[in-house]
Design a binder for this molecule. Sequence first.
Ligand code: GLN
Length: 249
Amino acid sequence: MKHLLCFLSVVFVFFCCAACGEKKDSDALVVGTNAEFPPFEMRGGANGNEIIGFDMDVAREIAAKNGKKLIIEDMKFDALILALNSGKVDMVFAGMTVTPERAKNVDFSIPYYKVTQIVLLKQGDEAKIKNIDDLKGKKIAVALGTTGDSVASTLTPADKIIRFDSVFEAILELKNSKADLVLTDEALGEILHARNPDLVRIDLPFEDEYYAAAVKKGNQSLLDQINASLTSLKNTGEMEILLERYFSE
Ligand code: GLN
């Protein structure tokens, strides 16, 4: 009997520890992002490797309002929705466009930024692209799982879409003449264009896209807090100040 009790208490302690190990730090709010998407999220700051950007400022403010510390989980863009739904992260701030497909799996906050897709190509090639139909059949480099990827999929055969974990790699592919063009979000595209004056930006009538934060379906309390923070940032004009700061970095 004594042995059995001893055994049971060991088992009990073991399970308690295992449960504690799995439990998320309740003082922390975890945001999932992909830090390769300036000016919304990128590496920089004092040591050059901190994750900074507009989305991270908003996420930090939401954590602070809740008396929690913010933990940033940096991962591939393509992995974010899965991380949210498996409970690895509490919310996603990643310049993520609201799409009907994504909205089946997550709840989106109010939109906070509007973009559209833009085309980047090498100088000299601009005459070849006058309208969206001219993209058909072209070799298009995109970031995997992004709206640029979906738009490319409606225009060109699957074997002509070259997918990368980040748009930076897609730009290299273009510069090495292995792709005809890059399709990416306007805000990031503008930065890439400024950094690569040998590229040309082409604006075509693509649909408008709206960025929003995402939470696990049904997490209404966190969604309410995110919406409140975004609304106050917009109303006070702070959002514009922050964005301008990051655009000029
Ligand atoms: N806005 C695009 C999307 O939601 C790209 C976002 C990103 O690469 N971080 O697919």
